[in-house]
Design a binder for this molecule. Structure first.
Ligand SMILES: Cc1cc2nc3c(=O)[nH]c(=O)nc-3n(C[C@H](O)[C@H](O)[C@H](O)COP(=O)(O)OP(=O)(O)OC[C@H]3O[C@@H](n4cnc5c(N)ncnc54)[C@H](O)[C@@H]3O)c2cc1C
Length: 360
């Protein structure tokens, strides 16, 4: 992959040419008209202001599916780095983190400093600035719990402002920012507890692996180490030598069903046993997409055409197994899976990544 961080410029004549596949963890995606890298918040604002529409903000490329035709405009790579404490007291610290800071470097630093709140989000690829976009979450933690504000450049108003967390519309794998190109995230503020211990462990699989009960706390470093181990076992930590990690992580979100749809699912799946489910607010029930996919006949490792396959370690991850697959191959497999799940259970699956210049 070209080293975009080495070229923190927005000058048109220094733009980096080339296909976008090299900038995505899926390793698919056609060319862009221009690719420019921004090494600071000011450069990011300048690059977005200077570019003719359309503009795509791209950071780690770990949650995007870019069409084979590429992007017919300017791609701005987020390469700003840095983290500083902006407030602290006896029990907490608030850190402001530049959008391009690699997420797992931040998590590692907070664990090392004895700051609790991000430890269960260890090993997630990508940038810090992208975490508010889909309210990144894993193992019972999500960034909405610790974000206090998001500094943005508002492309409609042409201004910089901090959007308080309460106005970010955080939801399960969503926020006001997802699928909205109005805001460019410049930095994110997190309020973290000063504590050598994690928050109460909420996720049963993680508690089991740590040898504790759900609700107990563990040393931050233990939480991080075990999360990294669990994730690696599922191909959910990027590893250049492991084709199962050539993905966007989970391709589908867990569907959130109203009562009637959930009961219809229970009827249709009666002979299979109840799907793993998590009750939510207003009678809504979140059900396991991996279970639905598996029971609809798609086992781990299931191959599609053109070199794509379901990960051999995780039913929810669709992978560019060969390394030479096209986005169209991946989307064909995704469509086959979601059609079959719908035909079998009456449940619609929704993609988790942002689809750019392509559709499911
Ligand atoms: C192996 C693997 C495991 C994963 N596991 C998880 C997981 O456990 N939980 C989870 O929630 N996600 C997971 N993901 C998805 C992904 O890592 C996260 O969503 C991550 O936050 C994306 O960061 P990124 O920098 O790569 O974003 P990109 O893919 O570059 O961008 C994603 C979207 O955000 C927008 N965007 C990015 N940066 C900015 C910015 N500064 N301002 C405005 N818009 C911006 C882009 O335009 C795009 O729409 C996983 C992905 C992989 C490949």
């Amino acid at each position: 992959m070209p080293d975009a961080s080495a070229q923190p410029t927005t000058d048109a004549d220094r733009a980096i040419p080339g296909p976008l596949a090299g900038y995505t963890t899926l390793r698919t995606g056609g060319p862009a008209e221009r690719i420019v890298a921004a090494g600071s918040a000011d450069e990011l604002v300048h690059a977005v202001r200077a570019a003719a529409e359309p503009v795509l903000i791209l950071a780690g490329g770990s949650n995007v599916v870019i069409g084979d035709a590429g992007f017919p405009g300017t791609v701005v790579l987020v390469r700003s780095r840095g983290m500083r404490v902006i407030a602290e007291d006896a029990t907490s610290v608030t850190v402001r983190v530049d959008a391009g800071e690699p997420w797992d470097d931040l998590v590692a630093a907070t664990v090392a400093n004895g700051w609790a709140g991000l430890e269960c989000l260890s090993g997630i690829p990508g940038s810090t600035g992208a975490t508010p976009i889909q309210n990144v979450g894993a193992y019972g933690q999500e960034v909405a719990e610790t974000i206090t504000g998001v500094e943005v450049y508002d492309r409609v108003e042409g201004t910089r402002q901090v959007i308080p967390a309460a106005e970010c519309g955080f939801a399960y794998r969503g926020s006001i920012f997802k699928y909205m190109d109005r805001w460019v995230v410049l930095s994110v503020d997190f309020r973290l507890a000063r504590s050598p211990l994690s928050g109460p462990v909420r996720y049963a699989e993680l508690a089991r692996a740590l040898g504790v009960e759900v609700g107990e706390q563990v040393p931050l470093a233990d939480a991080r180490a075990v999360v990294l181990r669990l994730r690696a076992g599922k191909g959910m930590v990027l590893d250049a030598t492991d084709p199962d990690t050539r993905s966007v992580g989970s391709f589908f979100t867990n569907p959130v069903l109203d009562r009637a749809t959930y009961e219809q699912l229970l009827e249709r799946s009666a002979e299979l046993g109840d799907p793993p489910a998590w009750p939510g607010a207003d009678g809504l029930v979140k059900v396991s997409a991996a279970w639905l996919i598996d029971k609809a006949g798609f086992a781990k490792g299931h191959p599609g055409e053109g070199g794509v396959a379901i990960s051999s370690k995780h039913t929810l991850a669709l992978t560019n197994r060969s390394g030479t697959a096209h986005t169209s191959d991946l989307l064909t497999l995704a469509r086959t899976i979601s059609d079959q799940v719908h035909a079998r259970f009456g449940v619609t699956l929704h993609p988790e990544p942002v689809l750019i210049n392509c559709t499911l």
